[in-house]
Design a protein around this ligand. Structure first.
Ligand code: SF4
Length: 324
């Protein structure tokens, strides 16, 4: 399978400023590596503050990394300049969570969609026809062409944002909680539109969400993040069926199970995890999950477990599965 994106040992630390000097660093993303293949959706999950959004933005170079590499179609994104960087900005796009603030309230839908097209110097014979076709592909129509963002619902605004992305014919899209600000009924519509567009145009998605049900519905493969680290990577159905990392088990146990017998069985099988994630300024030594982990053993607080392949394409960072 063709790799669209390779993330290698990516780190992003944010300084915490004191009155006179830097007091420390928030290790938002701390040495993560993963790959995304052409035409797939890679889901990234974890509690708020685990580093998902920082990962998405660093990959797109909306924020500069502290260290590490991001290869997009084999080229190091951090080294791109001039026309190459402009081309990357066209091919790799992001859809933000908030459909209310991502559109310019003073522009009509036509202007919103044509602005990036003009910026990238893309020639279209008939701009009006071009924008109408884009609107139709996301479930809107020509009636919406000269209206302003405030005249639309949240779901419609997300569709306008999507049409603006499509205008550039991107290959890779970071979807950062794209439906979490929307009503549940509208969410399903947008998710299905994203799936249809992927089928039609072969898009590759990085799908960031704290909503595990949505990640399960959307993703082919997924990664679980905890305190800036990737603790499990694998095919989404394998992880949902049989999460191996204790933190993934904890996260997945929060999803309601419709069968009460199965729910009881799962509850009995899994040990309880308590407490809140520690501060990312001074993360725990060794495995960052050890203060909350019911399976922790001596080595866990001393040495960081490597992300090791425990079955085909399924990687886990946990001493329960690795040899010291
Ligand atoms: Fe728990 Fe140790 Fe595995 Fe970390 S490495 S998840 S503390 S068993």
């Amino acid at each position: 399978m063709e790799k669209v994106l390779e993330v290698k040992h990516l780190k992003k630390y944010f300084p915490v400023k004191g009155l006179f000097f830097t007091k420390g660093y928030v290790k938002a993303v701390d040495d993560i590596s993963f790959e995304i293949y052409k035409g797939e959706t890679f889901g990234l999950v974890g509690e708020s503050g685990c580093g998902k959004t920082t990962t998405g933005r660093t990959i797109l170079r909306l924020i500069e990394p502290t260290s590490g590499e991001v290869l997009f179609k084999g080229k190091n994104v951090m080294e791109l300049k001039g026309d190459e960087l402009k081309q990357f900005r066209r091919e790799a796009q992001i859809m933000f969570q908030d459909p209310y603030s991502s559109l310019n309230p003073r522009q009509t839908v036509f202007e919103i969609i044509m602005e990036p097209v003009r910026f990238h110097g893309i020639h279209v014979d008939d701009p009006e026809e071009f924008v109408i076709k884009l609107l139709e592909s996301v479930g809107l129509n020509e009636m919406h062409l000269y209206r302003y963002p405030h005249e639309f619902s949240g779901g419609q605004r997300q569709r306008i944002a999507l049409a603006r992305l499509l205008a550039l014919r991107p290959e890779f899209i970071v979807l950062d909680e794209p439906t979490s600000a929307l009503d549940v009924s509208v969410q399903a519509n947008i998710l299905n539109t994203l799936k249809d567009l992927q089928q039609e145009f072969g898009f590759t998605y990085l799908f960031i969400s704290h909503d595990l049900g949505v990640v399960k519905y959307m993703s082919h493969r997924m990664g679980v993040m905890y305190l800036g680290k990737l603790v499990e990577i694998g095919p989404a159905d394998k992880i949902f069926e049989n999460p191996l990392h204790p933190y993934s088990q904890f996260l997945l146990s929060a999803i309601p199970v419709p069968d009460p017998e199965l729910a009881k069985e799962l509850k009995a099988k899994r040990k309880k995890i308590t407490g809140e994630p520690p501060s990312p300024i001074n993360p725990p030594s060794g495995c960052r999950f050890h203060p909350r982990c019911p399976y922790a053993k001596e080595i866990c607080s001393k040495e960081e477990p490597p992300l090791a392949e425990v079955e085909q394409d399924h990687y886990v960072a946990c001493w329960l599965y690795s040899k010291a």
